[in-house]
Design a protein. Structure first.
Length: 269
């Protein structure tokens, strides 16, 4: 069968007993990075005196080869204990894993997903924004209209929204938020569960000042939900009721939903 195993996002003590048992009994480990998984196993052996199955096989399975790997699979591959682990956190959340699950469902192969450490939920709870609904968008596109559309969706979705951001683009994101929603509170965290864990909360402009050019680290950004739209706000149905060309309707709907204008136009046609 296949078992998806979450790994600690920082502190090794966050690994579960079930995760250790799955790792130690695996015949083959599919790894986002084999070096990272081997290092984790070495730590478990040294710190917790864990005995692992002999001659375990390690295979790299990451975002660049996931699709081609799955296309070459046969159901007989799962006649052994297969474990998939990403470098940190929950497989399938901004990491590979979902294609493996889809394959198992399609071919009636047994699989399990173990619960465990996850940066999205950890940051959501740590933000202190009193909201039970959350939207997770992962990484925004690097540039262009798709990035702008993604940011608008994050700011105006009506939900507390969680993003991932790299150190190279964090300042850009903060300046974009400061321009689009200067009064909105956001929450930033990095190095979750590690020695130098850091939390920051305030407006985007305030956080830029606090960081003072130090953007190193992998960041989780939580954006407070916008105030609910006035009940008289224009909806998609309102636009469709207007005597306007379909192309104009598609452009207006795109403005309020963030969808691609061409896709909306095709849907309307």
């Amino acid at each position: 069968m296949l078992t998806l195993v979450p790994t600690p996002i920082g502190n090794i003590g966050d690994i579960s007993l079930r995760a250790i048992d799955a790792l130690r009994s695996a015949d083959t480990l599919l790894c986002e990075d084999t070096r990272v998984t081997k290092k984790l196993i070495h730590i478990l052996k040294e710190r917790y005196n864990t005995e692992f199955k002999e001659k375990q096989k390690f295979i790299a399975l990451h975002s660049h080869n996931e699709q081609s790997f799955v296309e070459k699979l046969s159901p007989s591959f799962f006649e052994q204990n297969i474990v998939y682990v990403s470098d940190a956190g929950m497989p399938g959340v901004s990491d590979p894993g979902q294609a493996l699950v889809a394959y198992c469902l399609e071919h009636d192969i047994s699989y399990d997903v173990l619960p465990g450490a996850n940066a999205v939920l950890t940051a959501f709870v740590a933000s202190g924004f009193c909201e039970t609904k959350m939207l997770f968008l992962g990484f925004l596109d690097h540039k262009g209209s798709s990035r702008s559309e993604g940011l608008q969706r994050a700011l105006h979705s009506g939900y507390t929204t969680v993003l991932y951001e790299s150190p190279h683009r964090l300042e850009k994101l903060l300046l974009e938020i400061a321009k689009e929603a200067p009064e909105r509170e956001i929450f930033l965290c990095k190095e979750l569960s590690k020695k130098y864990q850091r939390y920051l909360r305030g407006t985007a402009a305030e956080i830029v000042v606090k960081l003072d050019g130090n953007f190193r680290g992998e960041w989780v950004v939580v954006i407070q939900a916008a105030n609910e739209q006035n009940s008289s706000a224009v909806s998609e149905n309102d636009i469709l009721a207007l005597d306007l060309p379909k192309k104009v309707q598609a452009k207006l709907i795109s403005k309020i939903t963030g969808e691609n204008t061409k896709e909306i136009y095709q849907r309307l046609m």
